[in-house]
Design a protein around this ligand. Structure first.
Ligand code: ATP
Ligand code: MG
Length: 383
């Protein structure tokens, strides 16, 4: 069996606690074959000696049963705790993962189509998690069209730490970083996929996050080289797919979800954004007194009873309904939430504040709360 075949074989071994294999994690930097001897160097990034040895033993057993080599030698390359990323060679695929040791969960927010609300979802989800007491970071990886500077009203530049890393800015208790903070602008439009991917990866590695419970990645739209490279280089917990209700957006999000699955990144759930139009208000008589005990009838929309204050909440489905729900069924993942088109949300965004800050009582804030709950449940389920 040749080196390449052995590498393929070792892809059967998953890194404990992850759905990804040790080869794609870059934990098998070298395989040397000499006559009937195979030598495998393993570089298992874990501070837990038992984990490291369990993986090594699994490798040994697999080689023993599946190959004809009479001698199997496994060398564990030391990965000292907290060793500086600079000590690693730039080509080391671990370099990116090493810097993320202090981050418990990384979740990417993705879509097939542009403009469906990924950035809005990323910011509000991050803010919701932060309000729950989780230390949360937010990274805008859309280098062609960074949105965070606008959505969070930031025009500061990040400082640089003594070891030349970018220090995230803090907003509403969130640690935030965007390509827009350093470029002040966007990547040149002529940049091709590989260049953007490289830039993105480097940018990703150059941020000093500190301890985080969650890092939310706001991805650029689509399923191009950039997303693929990112997904292969970085260690994610999973992706959240954002779609609008229309068939065309759903078709694109399906492609995106399938791409993640192909590279073993679980899809944690689907969010349908711009899911109907949220109308709320109240009906009063011409003295301004609330009308109660009545029902508001909107043609083609529905009937809504007025409450004690004469208020109503109605939802108008502008587009076809249920695209997000169909896609979540297809993927067999939860529909995390349906977020209506909301003027309040647009106003909050324009004011550079997450809705949860702007209006903690809003229906949208409550929806984000439920989305966060479901994500946490998903992560707990997966251990
Ligand atoms: N539920 C919503 N109700 C009303 N407006 C919304 C809603 N969600 C997003 N928007 C608005 O839609 C626009 C696009 O949203 P956003 O920038 O979050 O999308 P995106 O998917 O990140 O776009 P891109 O693909 O360009 O990165 C923004 O102006 C945003 O304020
Ligand atoms: Mg965006």
């Amino acid at each position: 069996m040749e080196e390449q075949q052995i590498r393929e074989l070792l892809k059967q071994i998953k890194y404990p606690g992850f759905s990804r294999d040790i080869v794609s994690f870059g934990m098998v930097p070298e395989i040397i074959i000499k006559a009937d001897k195979v030598m495998v160097n393993l570089k298992i990034l874990s501070d837990n000696r038992d984990t490291v040895e369990a993986v090594a033993e699994e490798v040994r057993q697999l080689l023993k049963t599946e190959t004809d080599y009479t001698q199997i030698e496994i060398t564990l390359i030391e990965t000292p705790q907290g060793s500086a990323p600079q000590a690693l060679t730039p080509k080391d695929p671990f370099a990116s993962q090493r810097s993320l040791q202090n981050i418990k969960h990384i979740i990417a927010v993705a879509s097939g189509k542009g403009g469906v609300g990924k950035s809005t979802v990323s910011v509000n989800l991050a803010a919701t998690l932060q309000k729950r007491g989780f230390r949360t970071g937010l990274l805008d990886l859309d280098i062609y069209g960074p949105s965070l500077p606008i959505i969070l009203g930031i025009n500061e530049r990040p400082s640089v730490s003594p070891d030349k890393k970018l220090v995230p800015l803090e907003r509403f208790g969130l640690q935030v970083m965007s390509f827009g903070f350093i470029s002040g602008n966007q990547a040149p439009a002529i940049w091709r996929g590989p260049m953007v991917a490289k830039m993105t990866e480097q940018f990703f590695n150059d941020v000093e996050w500190g301890e985080l419970d969650f890092l939310i990645l706001d991805l650029p739209p689509g399923t191009g080289d950039v997303q693929l490279t990112l997904v292969q280089k970085l260690k994610f917990d999973g992706a959240i797919m954002v779609t609008t209700p229309q068939d065309i957006a759903v078709a694109d999000v399906s492609k995106g979800a399938d791409m993640f699955r192909k590279v073993d990144v679980p899809v944690l759930g689907v969010i349908e954004n711009m899911s109907g139009l949220q109308l709320s208000g109240k009906i009063v008589d011409n003295q301004g007194a609330p009308i109660t005990g009545a029902v508001l009838e909107l043609d083609g929309v529905g009937t809504y009873p007025l409450d004690q204050a004469g208020s109503f909440n109605a939802r108008l489905d502008l587009f076809k309904q249920g695209g997000g729900s169909r896609e979540s069924t297809r993927l067999n993942v939860p529909l995390l939430g349906e977020i209506p088109i909301s003027r309040e949300l647009v106003e909050a965004t324009d004011a550079g504040r997450p809705i949860i800050e702007q209006n903690p009582e809003s229906i949208i804030t409550a929806i984000y709360g439920k989305i966060a709950d479901k994500i946490i449940t998903q992560l707990e389920k997966r251990g």
